[in-house]
Design a protein around this ligand. Sequence first.
Ligand code: FE
Length: 186
Amino acid sequence: MDCVDRIFELFSGRGDAEYFGEPVSQKEHALQVAHFAARDGASEALIVAALLHDIGHLLAGTEDMAEKSIDGRHEDAGFAWLKNHFGPEVTEPVRLHVNAKRYLCRADPSYLGTLSPASLLSLQLQGGALDESAAHSFEHQPHAKDAVRLRRWDDQGKIQGLDVPGLDYYRAMIEQQAKHRSSRSV
Ligand code: FE
């Protein structure tokens, strides 16, 4: 199956699951995060990253993960699947979006106060704020800035009932990014 069709299938299968104690579903969350990225003038690659940043949660327990023996943390699971279809402009912000939260906890004193209770809880499970040397190496990763931007949209995308464009709005954009990757890898 074409990767874009698979993405749509994943959202229709598990997209209605709740987003970890937040008042939005997985799909509503993804669409809000992509919408905020577009509103802030992000590149199409980063908008697609925003839309797909939590795809690891949608893949959990599916054949995609079993076949490729992907397990563990959702950002790594998402990255492992996405890298077969998209370039680093899409996949790296996804891979780094949890560490971007841990980075912001260290780098921005006001950040912690913006996190929802569910996000504070997951922060503990994710290892808390990065220490100084981990924060330093995070900053020097090529797509760290995009990961931090994605993270801030991620934290905002929890608004009940917000009216935003649906998944179809992004189809051509996702196809374009997948094509971009395959044209570069031949
Ligand atoms: Fe998220």
